[in-house]
Design a protein around this ligand. Structure first.
Ligand code: CMP
Length: 140
């Protein structure tokens, strides 16, 4: 498998609890390299664009409220099979179903306040990275 990039968000529930470094330690221990990172306040428009695929879901409004409720850390992660690797490292969307040692099992509070986002496919990774990073902000 070639080296791949994926997009990650450390969500407001984690930044509020000062867990950015703790989440990053799990990411790095899994062999993924953080090749871009910035702490931002996501605007409503950014959140609605980012989660447009979920616009018809009943939790869409709540999801956008949450993602704009405090700082997030947006990241680009690089490594072998990075997209699937990071999804394994995050664990199941609902922390009640997440495996031991995963980010969501360790830190998430609920299915909404679930600490981390990771891209689900190469096409979405490319789009998500491009929404938040210029090419010269990513240094591998
Ligand atoms: P994420 O990987 O960021 O992608 C979509 C998000 O929607 C997901 O993580 C969850 O945080 C959120 N989500 C999924 N299901 C629910 C739900 N039932 N209620 C609230 N948020 C949800």
């Amino acid at each position: 498998m070639a080296i791949q990039r994926t997009f990650s968000i450390i969500k407001p529930d984690a930044t509020k609890r000062n867990l950015t470094g703790a989440v990053n330690a799990v990411i790095e221990k899994a062999g993924l390299r953080i090749v871009a990172q910035k702490r931002i306040l996501m605007t409503r428009a950014q959140a609605e664009t980012f989660y447009a695929v979920h616009a018809a879901r009943p939790f869409f409004g709540e999801l956008c409220d949450f993602m704009t409720s405090g700082p997030v850390v947006v990241q680009v992660l690089e490594g072998e099979n990075a997209i699937a690797t990071y999804r394994d490292v995050m664990g199941a969307t609902n922390p009640a179903n997440a495996a031991e040692g995963t980010i969501r099992k360790l830190f998430a509070l609920s299915v909404g306040e679930n600490t981390a986002h990771g891209s689900d496919a190469p096409e979405t990774a490319a789009l998500e990275i491009a929404q938040f990073f210029a090419g010269n902000e990513i240094v591998g």
